[in-house]
Design a protein around this ligand. Structure first.
Ligand code: SAM
Length: 281
């Protein structure tokens, strides 16, 4: 176990930046970018635009997907010399479908402090406005660009009951919507595009409807929020009773009812009553 309060170093600040609207920069983001010694960034030109907007000048370090390992060495050396460093990505949170996770891992290995300065994130923005269940969700980020790997990924996700969130690019969106419909069947989906920008739009519909949408009407950056699996599996009571028997040495009747109702997407009371009437309890 390690506790960050015991680390003696400068701090790496992961600074979330706007996903399309410069007015979303908070005072804390501004204060942090003004106070650090260096700013590491996925694309120095993109970050320089934000810095110019804020009137800040700092030495920059490039830290992108092709050099994150080497850049991490340089950044960790600075942090160990008690310099403070901010890391930004092109948009939203570093380390979320963007470079940063390798650097964070290296920092913790080397007992270097990490702090996150909050701000916009495309997935959470889309989820909050999606009108799809927000109580439990799974963030997938980008699906694989290889069509057969993507289909396998979706087949593995088909049984998930929680809301699913995907990032997608406009040139692959049509294929992804088709794959989602053919693999998941019909479900609710919200396509959230151009969030925080002038042409922000939420499209609330079904996979069937979105699979046939006019592609030219959904340009820009987008997030897909897809309803989880709501199908009730038709499952033989004997299978449930057999599994319950295997669990009975380790769990209470109530816990077994919960485990199996979650597993098979059944009502907990139904499983509980079945076990009470026909199980060996
Ligand atoms: N780090 C970012 C975050 O915290 O949200 C995500 C970066 S990822 C490389 C870029 C993807 O995020 C885009 O392809 C799109 O799926 C989504 N995205 C970013 N900005 C968006 C916006 N303004 N509206 C909708 N989706 C956006």
């Amino acid at each position: 176990m390690k506790r960050s309060r015991d680390f003696l170093s400068g701090t790496l600040y992961l600074v979330a930046t706007p996903i399309g609207n410069l007015s979303d920069i908070s005072s804390r983001v501004k204060e942090t970018l003004s106070s650090v010694d260096f700013i590491a960034s996925e694309d120095t030109r993109t970050t320089e635009k934000i810095l110019a907007y804020l009137g800040i000048h700092k030495p920059m370090i490039a830290c992108h997907e092709h050099n994150e390992q080497e850049a991490s060495n340089q950044i960790i050396n600075l942090l160990k010399e008690h310099k403070n460093v901010a890391l930004t990505s092109d948009a939203g949170y570093p380390a979320i479908s963007d470079p940063g996770a390798i650097l964070v891992r290296r920092c913790i290995e080397e007992n270097v402090k990490v702090s996150v300065i909050p701000g916009p994130n495309a997935a959470l923005n889309a989820l909050a406005g999606s009108n799809i269940d927000t109580s439990h969700f799974y963030f997938h980020g980008f699906l694989n660009s290889n069509p057969s790997v993507r289909k396998k990924e979706l087949a593995d996700l088909k049984s998930y009951k929680m809301t699913l969130i995907f990032y997608e690019s406009p040139h692959r969106i049509k294929k992804t919507l088709n794959d989602l419909y053919s693999i998941f069947g019909n479900r609710k989906i919200t396509l959230a595009r151009e969030l925080t920008k002038m042409f922000e739009e939420y499209i609330y519909g079904t996979l069937e409807e979105l699979a046939s949408i006019d592609e030219t009407s959904i340009k820009g950056e987008m997030v897909l929020v897809v309803e989880g699996n709501k199908e009730e599996l038709v499952i033989d009571d004997n299978i449930i009773l057999e599994e319950a028997k295997n669990l009975s040495n380790s769990y209470s009747l109530k816990d077994i009812a919960k485990i199996l109702s979650d597993k098979y997407n059944l009502k907990k009371n139904y499983v509980y009553d079945l076990l009470l009437k026909k199980g060996d309890f």
